[in-house]
Design a protein around this ligand. Structure first.
Ligand code: FAD
Length: 392
């Protein structure tokens, strides 16, 4: 039984969560703990997720999808994390699907969407980050040189998640050099590479402190055609906002799910663990930190909902950015706080692997640094929203 809280969702959304929860019962700590130990992709979970039709959520109905919105997607990923699971291995397909919905050609949508919804193909990987650019994403060096109707791509990526686990991969590359553009976000293009083109890419897995399929990627004379470009050449950074904003909203939702899980575990343990002849939760030093993160969870869940609603109703992109970044920032900070509260509540038992607390503790740490570090979120708010001087 996962921790619930008062929220304003529709009857249909409630039904969706009920059927998801029936499935989640079969995926317990033994399942997620084994994957964590062996650093394996959750194939069985993704198979059931597909069978339940959940990859159809972001796909428009005319292409065989469910035509649902970011709000439903955010509830789904939140619920998975609240059950003790980890949505990271498959969340990419959601925000990539929104990118295609908005900017791909009808032909590309007809080709990819039905197969994505049925799980015949996967599209969960985006290579943006580079070793020499880091958070300064416009400074990426991967370059796609025009050659007739083709492009030859050369460069290097780091932390490209799930490239091995995806059939289709998004590669962000410059088609005009950083030095040759006045506005630094100009001259960036998005290339969607299929299984054949992907064969030209080399990659090696990066060992991480939790179960994560993330890779170092090498592009050496990768030959693609202009049909692989999404939208117009050179305008990719603007399109990317329709990956990055949904990504931040969905990741905030996963952190909210993590908070629910930590709060539930800490509350149960605090109510049953007896020391000095009384439950430890009777002590305010244990009870108040749990209540404190519960109130924070409620507040950030509302902020996330506002961000998702604004996106779903085609709100102003800058306002979406403000809410999506703030939700990701607060949710990841609060989830990390909740993780530490759970560790403190469990005392010595927090480090015992079978409780799952230390696994979720390691997993919750990621969202303070990815997909954007929290310092960079604050820089974005400080400069773009509050109009203070730019720090970079
Ligand atoms: C598990 C994992 C999965 C990932 N998956 C993907 C993926 O699928 N695709 C992808 O493209 N990327 C992915 N990333 C990359 C991730 O988005 C980057 O790691 C992140 O954006 C930070 O970049 P960096 O690691 O180069 O940090 P850096 O840019 O080197 O920053 C290091 C530190 O310096 C701080 N800093 C830098 N500049 C400033 C400034 N001006 N003001 C204040 N502080 C500053 C940062 O906040 C940070 O704390 C993933 C990362 C991880 C760890």
């Amino acid at each position: 039984m996962t921790l619930n809280y008062p929220r304003n969702i529709t009857e249909e959304q409630e039904l969706l969560l009920n059927s998801l929860n029936e499935m989640l019962i079969s995926f317990n700590e033994e399942y997620w703990g084994k994957l964590d130990k062996e650093h394996l992709y959750p194939e069985e979970f993704v198979k059931k997720f597909t069978e339940l039709g959940l990859f159809k959520v972001p796909i428009p109905d005319q292409y065989g999808g469910a035509g649902l919105s970011i709000r439903e997607a955010s509830l789904i990923l939140e619920e998975i994390n609240a059950s003790g699971g980890n949505s990271q291995p498959f969340h990419g397909q959601y925000y990539m699907s929104w990118l295609l919905s908005k900017f791909a050609t009808d032909g590309m949508k007809k080709r990819l969407f039905p197969a994505l919804g049925d799980g015949k193909i996967r599209m969960q990987s985006m290579g943006l980050t580079e070793p020499d650019a880091g958070s300064n994403t416009p400074k990426i060096k991967t370059f796609a040189k025009k050659d007739g109707n083709n492009y030859i791509i050369n460069g290097q990526k780091i932390f490209t998640s799930r490239i091995e686990e995806s059939d289709w991969v998004l590669i962000v590359a410059r088609t005009k050099k950083y030095e040759d553009v006045t506005k630094k976000t100009d001259g960036i293009s998005l290339f969607l590479l299929g299984p054949e083109e992907k064969k030209q890419i080399e990659y090696t897995r990066i060992k991480t402190m939790f179960n994560s399929q993330t890779y170092q990627v090498f592009l050496h004379d990768v030959n693609v055609t202009e049909k692989n470009i999404i939208g117009e050449e050179g305008k990719g950074f603007n399109y990317l906002m329709h990956v990055l904003n949904p990504e931040r909203i969905l990741i905030a939702s996963e952190s909210i799910g993590d908070m629910r899980w930590f709060i539930e575990k800490a509350t149960d343990y605090a109510s049953t663990r007896v020391v000095f002849d009384r439950p430890i939760g009777q002590n305010q030093g244990i009870q108040f930190p749990i209540a404190d993160v519960y109130a924070k969870m409620l507040s950030v869940a509302s902020l996330r909902w506002d961000a998702a609603t604004l996106y779903d109703t085609n709100g102003d992109i800058k306002k979406i950015g403000e809410l999506a970044n703030s939700a990701k920032y607060l949710a990841s900070e609060y989830a990390w706080q909740a993780a530490n509260v759970a560790m403190d509540t469990f005392g010595g038992y927090s480090v015992a692997v079978d409780t799952g607390i230390e696994r979720k503790f390691r997993e919750a740490r990621l969202y303070k640094v990815a997909p954007i570090t929290n310092n960079l979120v604050l820089s974005y708010l400080g400069h773009n929203v509050l109009h203070m001087p730019k720090s970079y």
